[in-house]
Write a protein that binds this ligand. Structure first.
Ligand code: ZN
Length: 488
């Protein structure tokens, strides 16, 4: 479910940028190396490669069903598309003198796949995994992150360089990490403790550790340091990362320092959107507690769009959120079935007696939701705020219907009210499009909006379509169909 929250959030951002007419490259992927995978495979009596080849398609299939509109899917085990860049980057860091081999004693959490300091522990245990980390003594290559302390501090503090961490309290948190003193980062482990990974160039006894390997995905699929480099989406683009709060420090500190030392630009503006965790009925989800919610179960019960809607509506971006079946059911009934589904149905049923003919769209006086507010929230990727704004169109329209009682009206007056409501529904479907794309299209199809069939295409742009009454070639509405069925 955590993966779903992250990918859905990233998808809404990508879709919004496309709807604004931006050229977008949306990259997702799987981090496939590491001790955790190695050990899980051992337990199952298969090779890590077999484990990865079994699991990655499951993730990919889930993302596809969730309508995650990614442009590229990166696997860190991809020797052809990922490894060459990682190996070249390692060599650059080595040439820059920021990699150093040391013998090291540390506390390692295999769940987090990282070394921890005593400061990170709660009652001697990893806070995320509730296990005591293992004490490990070994030789490792270290990336000398501490050298870049003041540079990183300046990068984060400078308000004008476009390097932004969202939400803002994460930026403050990260700065305080710097203030406490940055430690160098383990970049490799001996082959005997970690064999499943990219071999360190020039040191056969060592395997690269997750950070150098996985962070490099941002530029490996752009072919950096190969003969097919495409720098456009890194050096000339607005770059945005959507990541979890548990690994924010590596993306926010380690990665820019790696780029800088490898002689690459930290592309400004660069934004890190840092999401929280999801609990189940207020409790941490974990396999040991047996309370993990499977997205497949939710999809089977309610469908894809209700799951997307729930996560985006209920989890303020950057904060922790909660999954609750009870809350899910209530939200489904109140917002999706009632506010949105029922509105569409009422309007189209009433229209049938008028042969579905649209007349005058009138003015949007009864809509309190302001597009500017919605856009402002979307541009700030404040998705839950923007979605609440969108749903307000339905709330306002329902109030208008109750006020005007079109079923008691006749002739032109009735047709006018219904046409206004149809236009409000068209407007609603545009604002819902980044969040619940298939539902947005279904609404527009039932309304018989001329552009309905194009709405899910990547080059579809909102542009002037947001203006009231803009579709002059839209003459009739279609027949009503149930948008969200009742779910037991
Ligand atoms: Zn852990």
């Amino acid at each position: 479910m955590g993966h779903v929250l992250e990918k859905v959030l990233a998808d809404v951002c990508a879709r919004w940028m496309r709807l604004q007419g931006d050229e977008v490259r949306f990259q997702v992927g799987t981090d496939e190396h590491g001790v955790k995978i190695q050990r899980t495979a051992e337990k199952e009596g298969i090779t890590p490669k077999e484990l990865v080849d079994r699991n990655t398609p499951l993730f990919r299939d889930l993302f596809d069903r969730l309508q995650i509109s990614y442009d590229d899917f990166v696997c860190t085990t991809d020797k052809e598309h990922h490894w060459p860049t990682v190996i070249a980057l390692w060599k650059r860091l080595q040439e820059a003198g920021v990699l150093q081999k040391r013998s090291y004693t540390g506390l390692y959490c295999s769940g987090c796949e990282r070394f921890m300091t005593r400061r990170d522990l709660v009652d001697g245990m990893c806070e995320n995994h509730k296990i005591a980390p293992e004490e490990v003594m070994e030789e490792n290559w270290f990336f000398l992150l501490s050298r870049d302390t003041s540079w990183l501090k300046a990068l984060l503090k400078d308000r004008k360089n476009g390097y932004v961490l969202e939400p803002e309290f994460r930026a403050a948190e990260t700065l305080s990490l710097i203030e406490q003193g940055l430690e160098d980062v383990s970049f490799s482990r001996p082959k005997k403790s970690l064999s499943w990974g990219i071999p360190v160039p020039g040191d056969e006894e060592q395997t690269m550790y997750v950070w150098c390997d996985a962070l490099t995905n941002y530029i490996s699929t752009l072919g950096y340091f190969t003969d097919h480099e495409d720098k456009n989406f890194w050096e000339n683009a607005k770059v945005m990362h959507v990541i979890g709060k548990d690994i924010a420090r590596f993306h926010a500190l380690c990665w820019p320092a790696m780029l800088k030392n490898a002689g690459l630009p930290v592309p400004p503006p660069q934004k890190l959107l840092i999401h929280g965790f999801l609990t189940n009925e207020g409790q941490k989800m974990s396999k040991s507690l047996g309370n993990v919610v499977k997205p497949e179960d939710v999809i089977k019960h309610y469908g894809v769009d209700p799951l997307r809607f729930y996560l985006l509506h209920e989890v303020p971006v950057g904060r922790d959120g909660d999954f609750s079946w009870d809350r899910f059911g209530k939200l489904y009934d109140a917002k999706l079935r009632n506010d949105i589904g029922n509105l569409l149905n009422r309007v189209l049923v009433l229209f049938q007696k008028e042969n579905g003919v649209l007349v005058d769209f009138g003015k949007p006086d009864f809509i309190t939701m302001k597009y500017d507010m919605y856009k402002k929230a979307m541009d700030a990727f404040d998705c839950s705020v923007a979605l609440h704004e969108a749903v307000q169109i339905a709330v306002d329209s329902n109030r208008y219907i109750d006020e005007k009682k079109p079923w008691e009206l006749k002739g032109k007056e009735k047709a006018n009210v219904l046409s206004q409501l149809a236009e409000a529904l068209r407007y609603l479907s545009l604002t819902l499009l980044p969040f619940i794309p298939e539902t947005a299209q279904k609404i527009s199809r039932q309304l018989n909006v001329p552009y309905a069939e194009r709405m899910l295409q990547r080059d579809f742009v909102i542009g002037d379509l947001k203006a009231w009454g803009v579709c002059i070639d839209w003459k009739t509405v279609g027949k009503p169909e149930i948008l969200f069925p009742q779910v037991e």
